[in-house]
Design a protein around this ligand. Structure first.
Ligand code: 5RP
Length: 222
């Protein structure tokens, strides 16, 4: 069994019949949903989910998770999501799949936010690129402001499509390298203060993380 499968199995154990989930995005979440679908069928459970992307929306339907929205359920029981990097205080960088804005919404709407990731994503300090979702109209201005803040920013380009990646919300993504991030919460707030920024991929609201290593899983709590 690989590390993604190991953490996905642990996350499935957290789900109870009748729960409303915030559903993240990415390959680890895809495995979680596959395994959750098996449990739903075996135990005839009813599980509701607010997906954070078209990817997880489609996978929820395949898994038998009933797709609902935040209008119906403004408070969610549990959010399960992956991460691109996670530090010793459980601060994360997310958005490798471009779903950061809806991921942040469902994570904040949840009573419990659990990250599942391979152990190689752990780093004492955050230092990978921070994805920033930007209103296309504001792109030039936001890029200038983020560069003034010390970021080296690149417009994310599509694969299988020419030009910029357009998110599920119709926006662009700027990937910004700020080097080692001393105070993730401060940077998260500072980036969001720039008009035209929709959201950024620094998450400081994680409650628990389940990390997978070749010899087993590690549970971290804030
Ligand atoms: C998507 C994300 C993903 O959760 C993150 O990129 C991790 O993905 P994976 O599980 O495929 O490594 O933030 O926007």
């Amino acid at each position: 069994m690989n590390e993604k499968e190991m953490v996905a199995i642990e996350a499935v154990k957290l789900v109870k019949d009748g729960m409303v989930l915030g559903v993240g995005s990415g390959t680890t979440v895809a495995i979680f949903l596959k395994k959750l679908g098996e449990r739903i069928r075996e135990e005839e459970m009813t599980v509701y989910g607010v997906p954070s992307s078209y990817q997880s929306h489609f996978l929820c339907i395949e898994a038998g998770v009933r797709v609902v929205d935040l209008l119906e359920f403004p408070e969610l029981d549990l959010c399960i999501d992956g991460a691109d990097q996670i530090d010793e205080n459980l601060n994360c960088i997310k958005g490798g799949g471009g779903a950061l804005t809806r991921e942040k919404v469902v994570s904040q709407a949840s009573k419990r936010f659990v990250i599942i990731a391979e152990g190689r994503k752990f780093s004492k300090r955050l230092n990978s690129q921070v994805p920033v979702e930007v209103l296309p109209f504001a792109y030039g201005y936001v890029k200038r402001k983020l560069q003034e803040m010390g970021g080296i920013c690149t417009l994310r380009e599509g694969k299988g499509k020419l030009g910029p990646v357009v998110t599920d919300n119709g926006n662009f993504i700027l990937d910004c390298n700020f080097g080692e991030i001393e105070n993730p919460r401060e940077l998260e707030v500072e980036i969001n203060e720039v008009a035209g920024v929709v959201e950024n991929g620094i998450f400081c609201n994680v409650d628990e993380a389940i990390l997978g290593y070749p010899d087993g899983v590690k549970f971290l709590k804030r």
